[in-house]
Design a protein around this ligand. Structure first.
Ligand SMILES: Nc1ncnc2c1ncn2[C@@H]1O[C@H](COP(=O)(O)OP(=O)(O)OP(=O)(O)O)[C@@H](O)[C@H]1O
Ligand SMILES: [Mg+2]
Length: 467
């Protein structure tokens, strides 16, 4: 049982609010359905729902306290912290917790690979000290302060993912977190809806450097087409220490070689002139590149790089980000690569490469759902994928702009296009053969994940990842 690091008196001090009764807590939550016990529940007012409606049930389910701006009827003596503005109180508590934290904090942003990088860092740092990392994908203006409120200030390490769809979103998040180090994983055409160009995305990602502590370290992608822009921002933000990672010769954490073996890959890195090799039970050049950023993060937080590299052998990706499964679908035995959590041009290309490597001798099949949030050039981004699919034997597509990719495929590899991802299932049943490798990928909104979910019900028992 972890220490109750939140007390009513501290929360009053942090927010200027008033507690109706004493309480203590060691978690924070904004979704009453997720209450398990011991939380501060923030009764936020959303567009459709008002959290105040759920205060009673949150307390009944075991929440230690609730932060409210109005006292719900019948709860006049309950452990409620009454404030003017609940969202502001969430930020105030996060700020208070940050100020008393004694460990080292790292912030992560980037177009793709934030969650994967965060999970890897969590695995590696947990072997060296008490570690907290953003849970799930809580990376926005509610998720980041919530994560900071969940962070036990006695922890050795804290890892915070920061995401954005617009300019000026990351700045307040990083200023709240005040990290000792930051990572920008990469800058790509993702979440492009509210930007005119990828260069503008580089600017927005660079905001993360504005919250770095004065001696903080910025870990930046050496291979990025926007590297110079990122470096210019670093200079403008007064960043004194920069670590570059990637395959480019100027990388401080450089990729030398990747060797596939035993359902995984052995990576050889050049770390400031010293060779370091390590194994991860997962393949993909993109993950190898991310691992260099992770090791640079380990160095920046003054943890042990050699030990961390050894821990990489325990790495498994988060759900829907490329794990593979052996499937027996009523007699058809094939390998499924489930990368159905989300998709963008960069992550699609990374997955096509994994599909190709993994299939070895069998056929390669891709079932692809639409990529969302790509803005005005979305049709072109879909068409352009055809080039990366040249070596793939068969491609089935679903939803929205995927029809444009379908039209751009070569006739030999073109499978059906269906408006609803769910309808791909019978089409897949008729084309799949034993020995095939199937990639399932698309944005969440394309519903392609439902195909992966269904196929995984046929995973050989016990369901096991093949990588
Ligand atoms: N360096 C990379 N280059 C290309 N694709 C990558 C890279 N790193 C991860 N990916 C792929 O991007 C997809 C999303 O990964 P992940 O969830 O880690 O990203 P994220 O940045 O957290 O996304 P979100 O914006 O949804 O929070 C996965 O398919 C993953 O395999
Ligand atoms: Mg994420």
């Amino acid at each position: 049982m972890s220490v109750m690091f939140w007390k009513a008196t501290d929360a009053e001090k942090a927010t200027g609010g008033k507690s109706l009764a004493p309480w203590q807590a060691n978690r924070a939550e904004i979704d009453s359905r997720a209450i398990k016990g011991g939380e501060i529940f923030f009764a936020l007012k959303g567009e459709n729902v008002d959290g105040h409606k759920y205060v009673k049930s949150a307390l009944e389910k075991g929440a230690s306290a609730a932060v409210v701006s109005e006292i719900p009827k019948g709860l006049e003596r309950a452990p409620l912290l009454v404030v003017d503005d609940v969202e502001k109180a969430l930020w105030d508590l996060a700020h208070f917790n940050r100020a008393r934290a004694r460990g080292k904090l790292i912030g992560i942003t980037g177009s793709v690979g934030k969650t994967g990088t965060k999970e890897a860092l969590k695995l590696l740092l947990s072997a060296q000290g008490t570690t907290y990392a953003t849970e799930g994908n809580y990376n926005n203006h509610l998720g980041v302060p919530l994560s900071l409120c969940r962070f036990d200030p006695a922890s050795d390490f804290g890892i915070f993912e920061m995401g954005m769809n617009h300019a000026n979103e990351i700045r307040p998040l990083t200023k709240l977190v005040q990290p000792h180090a930051i990572i920008i994983t990469n800058v790509e055409a993702v979440h492009l809806e509210f930007f005119n160009s990828v260069a503008e995305i580089a600017d927005a990602k660079s905001e993360i450097m504005e919250g770095l502590l004065p001696e903080g370290i910025a870990i930046l992608p050496a291979d990025s087409a926007h590297k110079d822009r990122l470096l210019a921002h670093a200079k403008k933000s007064g960043v004194k220490m920069i670590t570059l990672f990637g395959a480019s010769p100027d990388a401080d954490f450089g990729l030398m070689e990747i060797q596939e073996k035993n359902d995984g890959q052995e990576i050889t890195a050049n770390i400031r002139g010293t060779k370091l090799s390590y194994f991860m039970p997962f393949i993909g050049r993109h993950i190898a590149l991310n691992s260099l950023a992770v090791l640079a993060g380990i160095e920046a937080l003054e943890a042990n790089i050699q030990k961390a590299a050894l821990t990489y052998k325990q790495y498994t990706p988060a759900e829907g980000r490329g794990s593979s499964y052996y499937i027996d679908w009523e007699g058809i035995r094939f390998t499924l690569i489930d990368d159905s959590y989300n998709a963008s041009p960069a992550s699609m290309r990374a997955s096509f490469a994994v599909l190709k490597s993994k299939a070895k001798n069998g056929r390669t099949i891709a079932a692809l759902g639409e990529m969302r949030e790509l803005g005005k050039d979305s049709v072109q981004f879909h068409k352009d994928l055809a080039d990366g699919l040249k070596d793939i034997d068969l491609v089935l597509t679903a939803a929205g702009n995927m029809q444009h990719l379908n039209a751009a495929l070569s006739p030999a590899q073109r499978g059906p296009h269906l408006e609803k991802a769910e309808d791909l299932l019978p089409a897949l049943k008729s084309v799949l053969k034993t020995g095939d490798t199937l990639l399932v990928k698309g944005s969440h909104g394309s519903h392609i994940y439902k195909i992966a979910e269904k196929l995984k019900t046929y995973a050989l028992s016990p369901a096991r990842s093949a990588s």
